[in-house]
Design a protein around this ligand. Sequence first.
Ligand code: RIB
Length: 307
Amino acid sequence: MTPEVVCIASWNVDLIAQIGSPLLRGQTQLASTLERLPGGKGSNAAVAAARQGARVGLVARIGGDDFGQMGLDLWAREGIDSGHVRRAQGEVNGTALILVYPDGDNSIAIYPGAGSQLDAEQVEQARSMIASARLVMASCEVPLAATQAAFALARAHGVRTLLNPAPATALPDALWPLIDVLTPNEGELYQLAGQSDTDRDTDRAAAALLARGVGALVVTLGARGCRLYRAGHAPVAVAGHAVQVVDTIGAGDTFTGALAAALTRQEDWPQALASANAAAALSTQGRGAVAAMPTLEQVRRWRSRAV
Ligand code: RIB
């Protein structure tokens, strides 16, 4: 199969503990559950896109321990092309330590492991897969040099690019104009725009990022939906969904992957954003990042009932 969506992907094993309240500095709490589940913003978005019907390929670097096999098994089950996944024997896999609170919200600490050495050379080896794709996506969990190399290649071949700027980090000047679609949440938007806690303005922050060369900015707002900004167009708000949340792990990644799949299906912006909102809402109704990620059919059925 020729992948339509290529993900320059991080891979983590998520160690998820449920605790009673956000942990304070120096505090110890007993957790009520502990789970070891697949994660990583890149892998999560790739799985979300695959469940939404896109043919997906990965460029990733994983470690040699058993957790790497968990990733390979997941991608095989999801029909994701892992031909450009390199396994670094002797290196550990990315690991995310996740604390989940009673309202479903969480805090995450990530050790990127083998993924921290994903580089432009490995991206170059995937040149033909990238050149023949329709969309290339990444998050900020992989080295920015690898993302920039992939986006430059994509741009040279007329392939759309999508960056989920999570976790938010300063982006190189040369990367900004290579981004066709950027999907920050509100916190990431303010951080990227350099707005302080006391001086926050969504429209102004969005305008600042568009001025750096981004084609379209989609600010995700959780249950409030999202807002699309494009130069020369009025902002477009797309309503979200208030659902009973089990946990929000991977909801942003599900949004990104579902948006990638919808844009690849050539849905127009309002349709694509509505699909991504619905997929993200449904993904919060199960434990961990991938368990509740919906299929395209589930999103369509749910949307037809929700409206
Ligand atoms: O966005 C959720 C993801 O962030 C988790 O799966 C974890 O691995 C971290 O990458």
